[in-house]
Design a protein around this ligand. Structure first.
Ligand SMILES: [Cu+2]
Length: 143
């Protein structure tokens, strides 16, 4: 009687083990196929990392920031490279602009929290002012 149970038990265990191994193989085969799209997903996640890198290089370019606060440009003099842009951000509750003295550029008046920018394609020293408050003066040096 006991040996019968043993044999039955062994058979059940064998079936379970074989079934498990079989499932495992099937799982491997199944997971083996999505493993390739999964690696594609990883390359896809690498792609946004590359874009975020380009975004960081863009933010590196937008480092040329001038804050307008208390009716003054800060820094009063900023040096950039040819092809780079300068962004002015208004922190005052009144509108300001960044207007070149020789009118080579003009951001127009922008309100609090807003910003204006200009890309400098020619080397030179650009003195500018605020069109609303001509006493606000500053300089952009383009090298
Ligand atoms: Cu102003």
């Amino acid at each position: 009687m006991k040996s019968k149970y043993l044999i039955v038990a062994v058979i059940i265990v064998l079936i379970l083990v074989l079934g498990y191994l079989g499932r495992h193989k099937i799982r491997r085969m199944i997971s083996g196929t999505p493993a390739q799209p999964a690696s594609q997903v990883t390359t896809n996640t690498q792609a946004p990392t590359a874009t975020s890198e380009s975004t960081s290089s863009e933010s590196a370019m937008s480092k040329n920031e001038v804050q307008i606060k208390n009716f003054a440009f800060s820094p009063a003099s900023i040096t950039v490279k040819v092809g780079e842009s300068v962004t002015w951000t208004n922190q005052d509750s009144v509108g300001h602009s960044a207007t070149a003295d020789d009118n080579s550029f003009d951001t127009g008046v922008f309100s609090q929290g807003k910003s204006g920018s200009f890309t400098f394609s020619k080397a030179g020293t650009y003195t500018y002012h605020c069109s609303v408050h001509p006493n606000m003066k500053a300089t952009v040096v383009v090298q």
